[in-house]
Structures are given as structure tokens and as C-alpha cells.
Design a protein around this ligand. Structure first.
Ligand SMILES: Nc1ncnc2c1ncn2[C@@H]1O[C@H](COP(=O)(O)OP(=O)(O)OP(=O)(O)O)[C@@H](O)[C@H]1O
Length: 624
């Protein structure tokens, strides 16, 4: 598994290879995001670029006319003055308009890119991407790109348009007055451009390099304000430890960024000084020429305006080129992410209702290619309509088996078959629609009570009767109905509306667990119910009630139950014991209890002894 989205110098990463495309995409993206706004923005930009040059020409004509002494044509002078003032006014309005259009296009772009980005993230059907740090770094950089990159590239295009318009006019003037000035300015501008591009490359390299540190910084930051973490942090006095790590991650990233900023400032100051020198040199040459009578007053003013105009245009282009270059590099990450294939090869076959059995055939799985095997040849049959209890010590691979069945990962070897058909050939979405599940690490959403349950079947989340029925099955209906706003109570004390006078509530651990259970019961047409430790946090009475209700609910349905409370699995049609990545025993409770030295019998006896208050069998040390 790679650990960085970084693309240092001379790299051949996907993001680097995508840069040429990134520039094109950035340009076209703005027309997709805001077609009218972008067109108007470009038109206004060209006009803003041309107007100063036009004003400078009119000013030259005005000064030349004024310099004619007794022969001044007053009408012409007034007309020229009015024209210069008019151009100034139009330019001012256009600058404001361009500012607004820029903002408009920028906001539309950010919305478009972010929408596309998270639609793409939602398309990943497996879990591997979400466990890959390089993916998270890339996502962060791609998000960063969505904030600024298209805008910066747009600004650069505008700047180039504006500058080309100004340069076209100003360069002609400089040629007419003192041609070497053009060469000098071009040389300075070209060198500044190259230096700025190199700075931009360094800047992005730093962002890429520090992306992991930024990710950790965000993690520590969210941990320090997470109400769920607040208890442990306070009790264990972890605040200082986490804070120090946050500060360290921040300092590391800041140091690297500041180093680039210092270098950029230094290089830019050097080029600014060089520009001033060149402007001064030109001025001296032209003023001497004017003293010798070779140039008029108008020529001098025009030359000064033209060299300032050319330098200004170059400075603008150089600045924007730097931002655009970093934008293109960042947008490479956005494109790389958009091109990232799904981690699960897509099957498209429909998933018919389960008629016969689900079967694990010699399933081998590990989370990383070089990691330890978690499942080592699992063979397990789940007959339709049966309840299978899955037992095994911590880390045996029970939840992993469930994750494979939901197809969050694919086995490395072997197959999982749904009525004889390899689930890899089937549509993942359809397969998951046939499954209702409560995971051991279930979610507690900062939503209302009704939504927390309703999202188990999004299409029916507004169906209050169904929501309540599910809550009833999970034994939480009465508790939720008693909340301040009943089912509409926000189950969060943090994410609630400011104008919500009643505020939100948080549930107890066992209540949350029952809400999660209710969520998995929302889907009515599922063929398979998976419950991974559904009652671990329930009080004995609640557990008894929930299991009794679930038993009724499961009747005739296929279910897979994982629990360390073996009593809860006692009546399962088959109990399978997972050990060391294999199913080592399976049968009904009585059959397994009758096995001499059986795993299940030993575990059951241990648990029963705990309740009965005697020593129970000797604990066999783990051999793994
Ligand atoms: N996402 C993951 N990435 C890497 N390793 C994992 C991941 N999830 C689980 N594991 C590893 O796989 C092994 C099996 O974990 P699993 O959660 O399937 O066990 P389990 O039988 O459900 O345990 P428990 O009874 O404690 O819930 C463990 O060693 C665990 O560290």
C-alpha cells in the first residue's frame, strides 16, 4: 500500500502525467460551471486590458496637442481630455464587473468540482480506498485544488489576455522610442517567469510532502474537540500529549511552507529591483534623447507609461503563472482521483432472491498483500432460511467474514457463492440491497432519532410507521417516543440548529446500539440479516427482550449472528467456530457441546461457570 500522494521533482505519478490535461480541464471547467459568467468575464478582461493602452495613446495625443503652443486646437484638446476621462470611467466599472464575475465563476467552479469529487468518492464500492493514506492525501490535495486551482488558472488566462492586449500596444510604442528597452523588459520578464514557475513547483512539492502531516494535524484537531473523545482525553490527561502532537505536525508543515515563502519573497524582490533598474535606465536614455531634441514631451510620457505598462503586464503574468502552475499541479491530483478505478471489479448480474444457500468455498483473505492471512480457507454454508451463529475469539476473523459477504473486499482466493453464483459477478448494489446488517462498529449519526433509523432504507426514511416498527423490534420505540421531540429529537448535542430551543440529546450506549439494530431492520425485503454483536451493550432484560423479538423476526429468514454471548446463539440452526482463520467446528449447540475437547464446549462452559460462580474449565493459552 502506498503511503503518499506526493509527487516530487521528475516524478511519474498519475498526478504528474495528468498535468497537461489538468490545464485544459481547468480552462474548460469554468465554461461548464458558469458558461455565461465565464464568457462575460473573458470579454470584460480583454476590454480591461486594451483600455489603458488606448488611454495612453489618447494622453500622448493630448500632450502633443498641448505642446503645439499657439497652434493648440482647443476643441481637439477638450475632446481628447473627455475621451481619456471616459475611458478611465469605463475601465473602473469594468474592473468592478470583472471582480464580480470572477467571484461568480470561482464559486460555481468550487461547487462543480466539489460535487464531482464527492460523487466520485461515493462511487467507490469497496473499503480499500478509504483505508489507504495515499487516497486521503490525494483527496485533500484534490479538495485544495477545487478551492483555488481552476480560479487561479482562469486568472492566469485573463492576465495573459489582458497583458497581450496591453503589450501589443505598449511594445509598439517602446519600439518607436527606444527599441532595446523591449529586449531588456522581455529578458527580465522571461527570467522572472521561469523563477516563479520553479517556485510554484517547490510550493506544490511542499504541499504534497506535508500532506500526511496535515492529515494528522486535522486528526488531532478533530480529536481534541470530539465530544466522544473528551471523556478519555480528560480522564487520562491526554490533552497535552495530543496537543503537542498537533503543534508538532503544524510546526513541521509550517516550517516547510515558510521556507518556500522566504525563497519566493527573495527571488521576487530580486526581480523587482532588476525591473526598477531597467525602468530607470530606459528613463535616462529617453530623457537624454528629449534634451537632445530627438523626442517630444509626449514621447517621454508615452515611453514612461509604456515601460510601466509592459512591466506591470509581465509582473501580473508572472504572479498568475506561478499560481496557475501550482493550480495545474494540484488539479492533477483531482484528475487522478477522478480517474481512480473502483477497487472492486464490477459484476453486473442481477441478484435474485436467495432460494438455496450462501456458501464460502475455501476463502482466503488478508487486508494487505504482505500482511498476515486473516482467513485461511474458510468453508461455510449458510442455508436459506437458517440462522448461523458465528463464534470465535477476538481477532479470529468473524467481522472480516461478514465484510467479505457484504463485498466490501474480495477474497484473495476462493469464492463466496449466492445460490451457486460467485458474488463477484453480481451487481454490488443489488447484493447489498438484499442484506440488512448491524456492524460491531455501528454508526451513531448526528441526525434526528427518526433519521438515525430511517437511513437504514433511505427510500423509506420518511415512512414513520416503518421506522417505529423497526424501533419496536429493536426494543427502543418507547425510549425514543419519550424524547423531548419524540422521534424528531436531534440525537446530537453538537450538531443541532441554533434556533432549536429544546436542544439535542445523546443516548446511552445500549440505546444507541438498539437504534443501530433498528436501522438494519428498516429494510423489509432483505434475504439476509447480519448481526455482529447486536446486544453487547444491552442490559440483561433488554437483551432478553431483543433476542426474543429478533428470534420471531428471523423465523424463516436467513441470518448470520456473531456474538460472544454464547447463550444468545444457543438456538441457532448451526453454530460455526472460527479459529486461526478456519471453521474448526460446526453443528447445533447440543452437537458441539457433545464434542470432547471442543472449542465451543470449552467456551460455553467457561461462560456458564462465570454465571454460576464456579471455576469452569482451564483456559488454554493461545497458540497463535
Ligand atoms: N481494516 C483492517 N485492516 C487491517 N487489518 C484488519 C482490518 N480489520 C481487521 N483487521 C485484522 O483482522 C483480524 C480479524 O479481525 P476481525 O475484526 O475480523 O476479528 P473478529 O473475529 O471480528 O474479532 P472480535 O471478536 O474482536 O470482534 C484482526 O487481526 C484485525 O487486526
Amino acid at each position: 500500500m502506498s503511503t503518499s500522494a506526493g509527487t516530487g521533482e521528475g516524478d511519474t505519478s498519475p498526478a504528474a502525467r495528468l498535468r497537461p490535461r489538468a490545464a485544459k480541464v481547468a480552462l474548460t471547467l469554468q465554461f461548464r460551471a458558469a458558461p455565461v459568467g465565464a464568457t462575460l468575464m473573458f470579454a470584460a478582461t480583454v476590454a480591461v486590458g486594451v483600455l489603458p493602452a488606448a488611454a495612453a495613446w489618447l494622453t500622448k495625443l493630448l500632450f502633443d496637442e498641448l505642446a503645439r503652443g499657439d497652434h493648440i486646437d482647443k476643441g481637439r484638446v477638450v475632446a481628447l481630455a473627455v475621451a481619456v476621462a471616459g475611458i478611465g470611467a469605463v475601465a473602473t466599472v469594468l474592473v468592478q464587473l470583472t471582480g464580480y464575475l470572477n467571484e461568480l465563476v470561482r464559486r460555481r467552479l468550487v461547487a462543480t468540482v466539489e460535487r464531482d469529487l464527492f460523487a466520485k468518492v461515493d462511487e467507490f464500492r469497496g473499503l480499500r480506498r478509504f483505508e489507504d493514506p495515499a487516497f486521503h492525501d490525494r483527496l485533500r490535495l484534490a479538495q485544495q485544488a477545487s478551492q483555488d486551482a481552476p480560479h487561479n488558472i482562469t486568472m492566469f488566462t485573463q492576465e495573459v489576455l489582458r497583458s497581450v492586449a496591453s503589450l501589443g500596444a505598449f511594445v509598439g510604442v517602446l519600439f518607436a522610442v527606444w527599441p532595446p528597452m523591449v529586449g531588456l523588459l522581455l529578458l527580465c520578464g522571461g527570467a522572472a517567469l521561469l523563477a516563479r514557475l520553479s517556485m510554484a513547483r517547490r510550493q506544490v512539492a511542499v504541499w504534497e510532502m506535508t500532506s500526511g502531516r496535515q492529515r494528522r494535524r486535522l486528526f488531532y484537531r478533530s480529536l481534541l474537540i470530539d465530544p466522544r473523545a473528551a471523556k478519555e482525553i480528560r480522564l487520562f490527561g491526554l490533552g497535552g500529549f495530543l496537543h503537542a502532537r498537533l503543534v508538532r505536525a503544524l510546526a513541521d508543515a509550517t516550517d516547510a511552507e515558510l521556507a518556500v515563502a522566504r525563497r519566493t519573497a527573495l527571488v521576487q524582490s530580486g526581480f523587482a529591483a532588476l525591473n526598477a533598474l531597467v525602468a530607470g535606465l530606459g528613463m535616462v536614455v529617453v530623457v537624454i534623447g528629449a534634451a537632445d531634441g530627438r523626442f517630444g514631451v509626449g514621447d517621454v510620457t508615452l515611453f514612461v507609461a509604456a515601460s510601466a505598462g509592459v512591466q506591470g503586464a509581465f509582473t501580473g503574468v508572472v504572479m498568475q503563472a506561478g499560481l496557475a502552475a501550482s493550480g495545474v499541479r494540484l488539479l492533477g491530483h483531482y484528475l487522478a482521483l477522478m480517474d481512480t478505478p473502483d477497487d472492486l471489479p464490477g459484476g453486473a448480474d442481477p441478484v435474485p432472491a436467495l432460494r438455496d444457500r450462501i456458501e464460502f468455498r475455501d476463502v482466503w483473505f488478508r487486508y494487505d498483500a504482505d500482511g498476515p492471512w486473516v482467513l485461511r480457507g474458510v468453508d461455510l454454508v449458510v442455508p436459506a432460511g437458517h440462522t448461523i451463529g458465528l463464534v470465535g475469539r477476538n481477532g479470529a476473523g468473524k467481522s472480516t467474514l461478514i465484510k467479505l459477504l457484504c463485498r466490501f473486499y474480495d477474497p484473495e482466493r476462493g469464492t463466496i457463492r449466492w445460490d451457486g453464483v460467485d458474488i463477484r459477478t453480481m451487481s454490488v448494489v443489488e447484493l447489498r440491497r438484499r442484506v440488512g446488517a448491524t456492524f460491531q462498529d455501528y454508526m451513531a449519526y448526528d441526525l434526528t432519532a427518526a433519521e438515525n433509523i430511517g437511513v437504514g432504507d433511505v427510500a423509506h426514511r420518511e415512512d414513520r410507521a416503518r421506522v417505529r416498527e423497526s424501533a419496536n423490534l429493536a426494543g427502543i420505540d418507547a425510549d425514543l417516543a419519550r424524547l423531548p421531540d419524540g422521534y424528531d429529537t436531534q440525537l446530537s448535542r453538537v450538531h443541532r440548529d441554533e434556533d432549536d430551543a429544546r436542544g439535542g440529546v445523546t443516548l446511552s450506549g445500549g440505546q444507541w446500539q438498539r437504534v443501530a439494530l433498528a436501522r438494519s431492520l428498516m429494510r423489509r425485503d432483505t434475504d439476509l440479516l447480519i448481526l455482529d454483536e447486536p446486544s453487547a451493550g444491552l442490559d440483561p432484560e433488554a437483551e432478553h427482550r431483543v433476542h426474543r423479538t429478533l428470534r420471531r423476526h428471523r423465523r424463516g429468514r436467513t441470518s448470520l449472528l456473531v456474538s460472544h454471548r454464547l447463550g444468545a446463539l444457543r438456538d441457532a440452526d448451526t453454530i460455526a467456530v472460527l479459529d486461526n482463520g478456519r471453521i474448526v467446528e460446526s453443528g447445533r449447540h447440543d452437537e458441539l457441546m457433545a464434542l470432547p475437547d471442543g472449542h465451543y464446549a470449552r467456551l460455553f462452559a467457561l461462560q456458564a461457570a462465570g454465571y454460576a460462580g464456579h471455576a469452569g474449565p482451564t483456559i488454554v493459552e493461545e497458540t497463535r
